[in-house]
Design a protein around this ligand. Sequence first.
Ligand SMILES: [Zn+2]
Length: 240
Amino acid sequence: MKTDILAFGAHPDDVELAAGGTLLKAARAGSATGVITLTRGETGTRGSLEERAAEFDAASRLMGLAHHEMLSLPDGRLAADEESKLAVVREIREHRPTILLLPYWEDRHPDHGAASRIVQEAAFLAGLRKLETGQEPHRPAELVYYMSSWEFEPSFVVDISAHIEEKKRAIQAYGTQVYNPSLATGEEQTFISSEHFWQLLLSRMAHYGRLIGASFAEPFRIRGLVEIADLVGAFGKRVY
Ligand SMILES: [Zn+2]
C-alpha cells in the first residue's frame, strides 16, 4: 500500500484541528491520505472511548481519508520508548507515506511533544533494513510538522479557503470535544470545548491566510527549507 500523506496525532481530533484543511485539499485532488492516532484519548475530560472512536470514524469519512486507525499507546503518558517507536515503524512500513505529518516538537500538551519525537525517530528507523519487522523498509520523503497550541515560525502555509466549511464539519464530528451550541451534553467544559477556542482556531487560519492573500491557511514547519524554482510563478499572483 502507498499513501501520499500520512498524518500522526497523539489524540483523536489533533490532526483535524491543525491540518484538516490540507488533508481535505489533498484528498479532493485525488491523493491517498491517512490519519493514525497514537492513543484512543482515554484520559480526555469529555467523551467515552466509544464516543471518541465513533467521532474519529465520522470525521475520517468527512475528510475523505483512504485510511484511519487508532493505536493503543497510553494517553497522557506517551514517551519515545522502543515499543512506541516500533509501533509507528510498522505503520510507516505498511502505509509507505511520501509525506509524513506530525505534531511540532514542542507543545503545551506533553503528549504532543512526545508524539513528535516518537514519529520523527520512527521515520528514520523505518528506513533501516536491519531493523526487522517482517516488512520492507521505507522512509518518507519529508516530515512536515503541524501547529497545535504553541506557535512557531512556519516554513510554509497551505491555502485551505476552498475547504474551510468541510474542515469545520470534520471538526464538529467531534461533538464531545469541541464547541457545539446545539449539543447540550451537560459535561464539564474544557478549553477546546469553549466558544473562545473555536474563535481562536478560525482566527489563526484567517491570520495565516492573510499572509498569502487568501481567506484561510494552515501553517507548517519543516527542518530544512522550501525550494522555489520560479519566483514569478510562486509569487506573481499575490496581492498585498
Ligand atoms: Zn492532543
